[in-house]
Design a protein around this ligand. Structure first.
Ligand SMILES: Nc1ncnc2c1ncn2[C@@H]1O[C@H](COP(=O)(O)OP(=O)(O)OP(=O)(O)O)[C@@H](O)[C@H]1O
Length: 294
């Protein structure tokens, strides 16, 4: 079942484009990455889903309900972490969290304690005394305290140190194992690669691809590094499907998309000292993808 179904959604800000004609679905139980460079339209999509802004055309459903007509009802089962968090500084953390919890029809006090312990956050401190990272933790707890069925996270890791990021990712995995669906927006490819099952790539307000991370890595390119014995012309490997062909120290490097047997036969024709065939990381794939599409 689709938890989020976006159907031909367009959002214009006056004459300028927020997102245009985007469609994709997030299935129940998925950790779904939403990735693209700054200004691509991730926050616009998320804010539309949450009913904070209204679509210009097209629309979306969450849990099968229309975002424009059933917003408050849907919101009860969503946890949202905005990319930037703003608070009334002179409140204590616990008071703020209790206030957030008061919007839900359940007792969240135990969950608040558990999460604060896990994230190592002192509930008695005043918000104004907190570092950026600790403020972010308050946002994370706010998003999770009512045990939502869907988590929508907009660039959630900014401001968290690597150790806390790791804890946060573990927490997300635990939530996901309990059945929580997660939409995770980011411009950092490595974190999407670590966490997500599938990903939608957005560029200039349009979805350019929706794919499993594993397929993206397999289908796209292999990274080759070949160290020849003696001299070899770089042009030897200038074959269909080869890109980014270059010398790197004593080795020839390139990305290859195509039948692996063709490439292995070609390599067998030359004298080599060593060969490395690797999956490129997502960064390489995306850079290549963006350049190709540009
Ligand atoms: N309130 C607004 N008024 C006018 N234009 C806006 C507004 N909010 C966003 N935009 C424009 O819409 C486009 C998409 O922006 P959006 O913030 O959704 O991108 P993003 O992918 O979330 O990027 P970032 O990570 O930088 O927030 C950009 O061109 C941006 O300038």
């Amino acid at each position: 079942m689709s938890v989020i179904k976006i159907d031909r959604l367009t959002k214009m800000y006056g004459k300028s484009r927020g997102v245009s004609d985007i469609s994709f679905e997030v299935e129940e139980g998925e950790i779904f990455g939403f990735i693209g460079p700054n200004g691509a339209g991730k926050s616009t999509t998320i804010r539309t889903l949450l009913g904070l802004i209204h679509p210009t055309s097209g629309g979306a459903t969450i849990f099968g309900k229309d975002i424009t007509t059933a917003g408050p009802e849907i919101a009860e089962d969503i946890g949202y972490l905005p990319s930037e968090v703003f608070y009334y500084d002179n409140m204590k953390v616990i008071d703020l969290l209790n206030y957030s919890a008061s919007f839900y029809k359940k007792d969240c006090s135990q969950r608040i304690k558990e999460l604060a312990e896990l994230l190592d956050l002192d509930l008695k401190r005043k918000i104004e005394d907190l570092s950026l990272g600790n403020k972010k933790k308050v946002g994370i707890i706010q998003g999770l305290l009512h045990e939502p069925k869907l988590l929508i996270l907009d660039e959630p890791t900014s401001g968290l140190d690597p150790l806390m990021q790791q804890k946060f990712f573990n927490l997300l995995r635990q939530e996901n194992e309990k059945g929580v669906t997660i939409l995770f927006s980011s411009h950092i490819l490595s974190e999407v690669q670590r966490l997500c099952d599938r990903v939608a790539i957005i560029k200039d307000g349009e979805i350019v691809q929706v794919e499993r991370i594993s397929v993206l890595k397999e289908k796209n390119h292999k990274s080759f590094k070949i160290e020849p014995k003696g001299e070899l012309d770089l042009e030897t490997f200038n074959l269909p499907g080869v890109t980014d062909l270059k010398w790197e120290h004593h080795a020839i490097r390139f990305l290859y998309q195509g039948d692996i047997n063709t490439m292995m036969k070609k390599i067998a024709q030359v004298e080599i000292a060593n060969v490395w065939i690797e999956e490129p990381d997502l960064e390489e794939i995306f850079m290549h993808y963006y350049e190709k599409e540009a």
